[in-house]
Design a protein around this ligand. Structure first.
Ligand code: IMP
Ligand code: MG
Length: 368
């Protein structure tokens, strides 16, 4: 799950973890764009779990999802995932053209991605006796993949398989817990993601919350209007480039939203927001991304003690506030044209055991 306003770099982290899991599952809808840079190049996932192009795990799309069938079929073809590996729950909701039209006003007013997920979810509730509702099971092109994901999960539980559930967007965009009306159409926190997936909370071993050093919100469609909502301590890419010693072009080129290609707004870290995200999700692990925005030198760090002092103090403070370890640290995002082509960007400080369960093992962070 994301701990801020989305775009925390969840894709890259899920891509890193995906090879360790037997089953990858996604919820949410195509308003999310999750970028993964791997041996096979850069890919932006909109429906499928991040990293499934490079992993061999079984893949599930949950019943609470909203789908755009044509875009999903294209993604399935690009990722080359076979019908025996992918199950789409028959109850997932289909986004229609009318949903895109319905959201046009939201695009203007709250910088919605306008991908139709919210409208489709609302129609699902309103039209239970009416026409115009299509679920995934009603779409011919999806037929080969339609299978109850709950049944697939039960088989996985029986066989003691590991499941990685990938949330989308961020805690502060939650329909219930964000600052309404600048929110998305679902609960983006861990409980909401589990509900959409159909996974019981007692199955959960780890809650991994991804945050970035400098939270972003999507850009305003009209630059003069503050449409995408509140952002504490807002600053500029120029300011961050200057203080971190990064080339400004790197930031301006890369800090474009994956779905709508708008330039992102950026702020300094918001501790109050972090504390709320921690309260809503009780993460067992924090993942910190974009440490190169603290200092460019952090791009070259391979171990924790090679990070600069500012980053180390920041991470220690995160651990104190969250009462959870910062287990993974992403030092940079490898881009096409990156001269080093080095994909080892994650400092991995996990000390997980294979079947670690927060309820039955001593956890120094949760018990003190
Ligand atoms: P909607 O969910 O597309 O209607 O967008 C609601 C608000 O959340 C808008 O400010 C969007 O730009 C933002 N938002 C939605 N999805 C994402 C995401 O995946 N990353 C970042 N921001 C998002
Ligand atoms: Mg994104």
């Amino acid at each position: 799950i994301g701990g801020q306003y989305g775009s925390e770099g969840k894709g890259q982290i899920v891509g890193y973890l995906s090879k360790e899991y037997d089953l990858l599952m996604r919820v949410g809808g195509p308003n999310a764009g999750h970028s993964v840079s791997s041996e096979s190049g850069l890919y932006v996932y909109h429906h499928l779990p991040s990293g499934c192009r490079d992993a061999s795990a079984e893949v599930l799309l949950g019943p609470g999802m909203t789908l755009k069938p044509a875009a999903l079929v294209k993604e399935i073809e690009e990722v080359k995932i076979s019908s025996d590996r992918l199950s789409i729950d028959p109850n997932a909701m289909v986004i229609e053209e009318e949903d895109l039209i319905n959201e046009q006003e939201l695009v203007e007013k709250i910088a919605s991605t306008g991908r139709g997920g919210g409208s489709a979810a609302a129609r699902r509730i309103l039209n239970r006796y009416g026409n115009g509702i299509r679920l995934a099971k009603d779409v011919v092109s999806l037929k080969p993949y339609i299978r109850s994901t709950l049944e697939r999960l039960q088989i996985a539980y029986r066989d003691k398989k590991s499941v990685l559930l990938e949330g989308t967007q961020g805690s502060a965009l939650s329909l219930y817990h964000g600052k309404y009306p600048h929110v998305t159409s679902r609960d983006t926190n861990v409980a909401g993601c589990l509900a959409e997936a159909g996974i019981s909370p007692t199955r959960v071993r780890r809650v991994i919350m991804v945050i970035r050093t400098h939270p972003i919100r999507v850009g305003n469609p009209d630059n003069d209007k503050d449409t995408s909502g509140y952002l504490k301590h807002e600053t500029s890419w120029d300011e961050i480039a200057r203080s971190a010693g990064l080339p400004i072009d790197d930031l301006v080129k890369t800090e474009i939203t994956s779905t709508t290609k708008r330039s992102r707004r950026v702020g300094y870290f918001d501790w109050e927001q972090f504390q709320h995200a921690v309260a809503l999700n009780s993460p067992t692990d924090i993942v910190l991304t974009f440490v190169d925005y603290i200092s460019r030198d952090n791009r070259d760090a391979r171990r924790f003690d090679q990070l600069d002092k500012k980053a180390i103090y920041f991470i220690e403070e995160l651990e104190r506030v969250a009462q959870a370890p910062v287990s993974l640290i992403n030092t940079r995002f490898p881009r096409t044209g990156d001269e080093r082509k080095d994909l080892r960007t994650v400092i991995d400080r996990r000390n997980w055991t294979a079947l670690w369960n927060p309820l039955d093992k001593f956890n120094p962070y949760l018990s003190t």
